[in-house]
Write a protein that binds this ligand. Structure first.
Ligand SMILES: Nc1ncnc2c1ncn2[C@@H]1O[C@H](COP(=O)(O)OP(=O)(O)OP(=O)(O)O)[C@@H](O)[C@H]1O
Ligand SMILES: [Mg+2]
Length: 329
């Protein structure tokens, strides 16, 4: 597989904030790549640099052979975007929004006339095609934005928080569409999300970004494997034995303020009885396999909140529209 995106020391500064700090990344053709990180980590800024919306302060990014600074117009022809903020014209119908986009991209009429009904059917919106988007639910709008991003058959599709604000069931359907589209069209997908446990179901590879830096990169399995075991959470009626962490199958012992003890245990299936023998007075015990959220906590000491609000003010979408109408940035 050849890399479709390569970044080298890609950096964006805003005065004294380093939003993206020396990012070196390769994304393979056809993969679904997830950028995960807390609010302000630099996810949207990274995507905006790759999409030519924000110019890097230093470093380089090449997409499908085109440098984002040297050949932004060529990059734009090869990509589709679903912005973090809602970006449909809600006074227009679903079909009109799609047609407008197709015309902006110079998709031939015969091609869009064929593709629009197919895409609407794919996301189950064919019956609502001629209704104004203001009558749509959040989930319907998001689905429509997703297929709009695909209309010109981009090589790379960027999805910035494609499921934010949607209920869990709608999020699950949305992820299914994303996976289907990526795999059927061979489209490379780069997405950001706060929903870590959903990301691991849909992404081939994940990069965890914090304070503008990539702090971990790998398949969901690899990232979770780095914890070295399963998690045992328990409450004791006395103190934790002081030499507990010296046992070879115990990778980590963390006592939280509320007295709950979390032990990372290698091969819990076999070693749990031995662990229990080491611990007097177990009040409660729970064993589970780690999630990406656990990986994030072990790397940063913090959790990514799943309910983080949407930030930003829609300016990126406006800038994008201006550029595609021939205005300079
Ligand atoms: N136009 C701007 N001017 C000044 N600072 C900015 C600008 N855009 C982003 N930043 C700063 O850069 C940092 C990264 O922001 P960014 O929007 O990339 O984060 P994010 O990971 O997408 O966060 P979220 O999860 O909230 O969407 C933040 O500290 C933010 O305040
Ligand atoms: Mg963002």
């Amino acid at each position: 597989m050849a890399a479709v995106i390569t970044t080298t020391a890609l950096t964006k500064r805003y005065d004294d904030i380093v939003a993206v700090d020396g990012l070196d990344l390769q994304i393979e053709r056809g993969e679904i790549f997830g950028l995960l990180g807390p609010n302000g980590a630099g996810k949207t800024t990274t995507i905006n640099m790759l999409c030519t919306i924000v110019e890097p302060t230093s470093g380089r990014a090449v997409l499908n052979g085109h440098d984002v600074v040297v050949a932004p117009a060529a990059v734009r022809q090869d990509i589709g975007i679903v912005f973090q903020e809602q970006s449909l014209d809600t006074t227009l119908t679903a079909r009109e929004n799609l047609e407008l986009h197709a015309r902006l991209y110079g998709v031939p009429r015969a091609a869009w006339q064929e593709r629009i009904p197919q895409l609407l059917q794919l996301i189950g919106l064919e019956k609502r095609a001629d209704d104004a988007c203001r009558t749509f639910s959040g989930g319907m709008r998001r689905r429509l934005e997703l297929i709009r991003g695909l209309l010109h058959r981009p090589e790379v599709l960027f999805l910035d928080e494609p499921t934010i604000g949607l209920d869990p069931q709608t999020r699950a359907t949305m992820w299914e569409y994303i996976r289907t589209i990526a795999k059927e069209h061979g489209t490379t997908v780069i997405l950001t999300t706060h929903y870590m446990d959903e990301a691991e179901l849909v992404c081939d590879r994940i990069g965890i970004i914090d304070n503008g830096k990539m702090i971990a990169l790998g398949t969901p399995g690899e990232l979770k494997g780095r914890l070295g075991g399963d998690l045992v959470r328990l409450r004791l009626d006395g103190p934790v034995p002081p030499r507990l962490h010296e046992h070879p199958f115990i990778k980590r012992v963390v006592t939280a303020e509320d007295g709950l003890v979390t032990i990372t245990l290698a091969d819990a299936q076999h070693n749990l009885p031995a662990l229990i023998r080491q611990l007097p007075g177990i009040v409660s015990i729970e064993v589970r396999t780690p999630t990406l959220n656990d990986v994030f906590i072990s790397l940063t000491g913090r959790a990514i909140r799943d309910d983080s609000p949407v930030s930003g003010g829609g300016w990126a979408e406006a800038a994008w529209r201006d550029m595609n109408q021939g205005n300079s940035r």
